[in-house]
Design a protein around this ligand. Structure first.
Ligand SMILES: C[S@@+](CC[C@H](N)C(=O)[O-])C[C@H]1O[C@@H](n2cnc3c(N)ncnc32)[C@H](O)[C@@H]1O
Length: 338
């Protein structure tokens, strides 16, 4: 089996976005979070003026107008039954004398509702923090202290009704997840540690990368092998790496040319890492089976292990056999089962 991975350098508001995308996994620049001010201001000069005037509402609206233009294109390219997963955090900020919340997740939800997508139950990503300075505002005195934001959102939307598959579709059944994975992944609260993505050109501080585990879960939950996953704000390419591990093709768009090549720097060791990860996944399942009081009812077709449900019998854990970079913006991978 073969997958293709493309990274386009450019503005997602007008870059080539493929038709019939099966899944979108992305994390945009977060409006009103200071690290993204410069990026937004470069795309609309009125944003800088609004921030300088202390007009938070105007800055928030204009930043979201940029994202809206991308969401519109994303929704238009999505297959029927295709899913959009957006990781975003809200922002807190003092501007024009007032400290307040800028609810990015609510604003993006509104846009997708206007675009006619169906909202699905979302996930709260709680980032474990060791910070001792948890309070904001006036120390230990009521009433002017504020909760600290320690979570982000993973918003989920679908294009119309559920996706239809042929009965016993082999790609769908091979892409099934183990029972115990399902129980963890489909919880509405995830605790996954954040990450600091290394890049060679010093772009790390402004990359805002999410940990690989996050897009990897989403790709496994909401697509099947051979599907195409789009990330219109691909940054260091984490979504594309996740798609590669999972045996899905990917298309990423990134406006910062210093970041756009990072994906290709990250994939040299993917064949070895993918074998390790697949072996760890199987070992974790075997440990789950060994811990259970009752032996699971069904036998796995491809592995010497048992599974709880009939649907898990055909699971095939894919590894990356090889990955070849072709030209400046494409990689082609060959996959084989563990
Ligand atoms: C939160 S980061 C994404 C990080 C990514 N998930 C990762 O793991 O590296 C948002 C990215 O969107 C990019 N960006 C901002 N505006 C853009 C636009 N109009 N088109 C494409 N990319 C854009 C930024 O340069 C930044 O890399």
């Amino acid at each position: 089996m073969q997958t293709t991975h493309e990274i386009h350098t450019g503005d997602a508001r007008d870059a080539a976005i493929p038709e019939g995308v099966d899944l979108v996994v992305t994390s945009p620049p977060y409006p009103m979070v200071e690290m993204w001010d410069e990026s937004f201001a470069a795309q609309d000069s009125a944003i800088e003026a609004a921030l300088d005037d202390g007009d938070g509402d105007a800055a928030f609206d204009r930043m979201h107008a940029i994202l809206d233009a991308v969401w519109e294109r994303v929704a238009a390219g999505l297959r029927p039954g295709g899913i959009v997963a957006i990781n975003v955090g809200d922002a807190t900020r003092r501007l024009g004398g007032n400290y307040r919340l800028y609810p990015n997740h609510a604003r993006i939800t509104e846009t997708f509702s206007e675009l006619g997508l169906v909202q699905l139950p979302g996930i709260v990503w709680r980032k474990p923090t060791n910070s001792t300075a948890k309070f904001m505002g006036s120390g230990t005195l009521p009433t002017n202290a504020y909760p600290t934001l320690e979570h982000e959102h993973i918003l989920l939307f679908r294009n119309g009704g559920t996706r239809s598959f042929e009965p016993n579709d082999p790609d769908r059944y091979a892409s099934a997840f183990f029972w115990e994975e399902r129980n963890e992944w489909f919880s509405d609260c995830w605790e996954i540690r954040g990450t600091r993505q290394r890049t060679d050109n010093g772009a790390r501080e402004r990359s805002g990368a999410f940990p690989l585990e996050l897009p990897l879960r989403l790709v496994r939950m909401f697509s099947v092998r051979g599907d195409t996953v789009l990330d219109p704000f691909v940054g260091t390419g984490t979504t594309s790496v996740a798609a590669l591990f999972a045996g899905r093709s990917s298309v990423g768009v990134e406006s910062d040319p210093d970041l756009a090549g990072t994906f290709f720097d990250r994939i040299a060791d993917v064949p070895a890492r993918s074998r390790e990860r697949a072996a760890e996944r199987l070992a974790a399942h075997e440990a789950f089976v060994a811990d259970r009081d009752e032996t699971p009812e069904y036998e796995s077709v491809h592995y010497d292990t048992r599974v709880v449900t009939k649907q898990e019998r055909s699971i095939e854990l894919l590894t990356v056999e090889s990955v070849d970079v072709r030209g400046e913006s494409t990689a082609v991978a060959r996959h084989e089962p563990l």
